[in-house]
Design a protein around this ligand. Structure first.
Ligand code: UT7
Length: 328
């Protein structure tokens, strides 16, 4: 038995922050941001809007598209690095808001690879036969941990998320394979230093702005290109496939140059690579499910198509997933 995607959804908050808006906030400019990252706009939540609010909108769309009742959902996983609270999972808050009273679930923290990690986890529960309907969400409110005086990070990230409904499949569509990695030696390059048990929040940590994302962009760039390309090639090789067999490659959207370089290293032509980073920036766990929903809604995926997902993120975390598309 396999786990197949039977509905997709995404949510982007209404407020839009353009490169020109950022020019007024930090020492940057539209030309630099577009040429170095490919980003033109990103969406930001309104005051009081949290990750579970986005998760709820995504879950409600999934219920509507699939025609399922909330009571039929038995598992909710939320991949996020920006939970509403340190204690109380965003999955539980989402469960409550949609009234999925027969569900259990939890959050998964794997930064930008979170959605693939959550899909792998949910698929194993579905494949066990014990759970029938899983909602898998990737969503991040990056604006809650971004320092809008730090040009190294504030130009890159945005808020948003997406998700899928996973159900069991007896035919040959669904999640075919995945390869996932973590390497904690990379944690020094991208992290939020304070607010956890290593450096609990204090006046000192706040004064030192340690509750915001800190990133050393250059090494991350190199690791991202190499590891996303390697893990994509690895999954194709172990399934005796080449880029020619794929309908679409949906990589994590962190930087247009990372996507182009990784796709080139795997020998994937531009027309098979899904790119929407110009509109949303890097929404961390949100990028892949947002792209997946756009690809599905725009008719780029048909029954039987082979789809490759790949991500790289803080931790370090990275991985790839091969999917044969069904009828979502
Ligand atoms: O999902 C994982 C999350 N993180 C990432 O994926 C980050 C990966 N890294 C990157 O995307 C890129 O490294 C960045 C976009 C962060 C930076 O691009 P870069 O081409 O590596 O630029 P750089 O850091 O080498 O900086 C080049 C120049 C520097 O000036 P000088 O020393 O050449 O005079 C920077 O000070 O650009 C300057 N700079 C900026 N200028 C305008 C750095 N940030 C900015 C900025 N606006 N926002």
């Amino acid at each position: 038995m396999k786990a197949k995607i039977t509905a997709t959804a995404s949510y982007l908050p209404e407020r839009i922050l353009t490169n020109f808006d950022l020019e007024k906030m930090v020492d940057t400019n539209d030309e630099w941001i577009r040429s170095r990252t490919g980003i033109e706009t990103r969406h930001l939540v309104k005051e009081g809007e949290a990750t579970s609010d986005m998760g709820t909108q995504i879950a409600l769309q999934l219920l509507e598209k699939s025609g399922k009742d909330p009571e039929e959902i038995d598992l909710i996983l939320v991949a996020t690095s920006t939970p509403d609270y340190l204690v109380c999972s965003t999955a539980a808050l989402t469960q409550d808001k949609i009234g999925a009273k027969n569900a259990w679930g939890f959050d998964i923290a794997a930064a930008c690879s979170g959605f693939i990690f959550a899909m792998e986890t949910a698929s194993k529960f579905i494949e066990s036969g014990r759970y029938k309907n899983a909602i898998v969400i990737g969503a991040d409110t990056m604006s809650s941990i971004i320092d809008y005086t730090d040009r190294d990070t504030c130009v890159i990230f945005g808020d948003g998320g997406g998700g899928v409904l996973l159900e069991s499949s007896d035919d040959d569509v669904g999640i075919l394979d995945s390869i996932l990695y973590i390497d904690g030696s990379g944690s020094r390059y991208l992290n939020v230093p304070a607010g956890g048990s290593a450096h609990p929040t204090s006046k000192d940590t706040v004064d030192k702005r340690m509750h915001f994302v800190h990133q050393d962009g250059k090494p991350i760039f190199k690791f991202a290109v190499k590891n996303m390309a390697d893990v994509s090639k690895q999954i194709l090789d172990q399934n005796k496939l080449t880029g020619d067999d794929l309908k679409l490659f949906i990589p994590h959207q962190a930087n247009r140059r990372i996507i182009d370089a990784a796709a080139k290293r795997c020998g994937l032509p531009e027309d098979k690579v899904f790119i929407n980073i110009h509109k949303y920036g890097n929404t961390t766990a949100g990028t892949i499910p947002i792209a997946l929903n756009e690809a599905a809604e725009s008719g780029r995926l048909e029954h039987g198509d082979l789809l490759l997902l790949a991500a790289f993120g803080g931790g370090f975390t990275w991985g790839s997933m091969l999917i044969r598309w069904g009828d979502a």
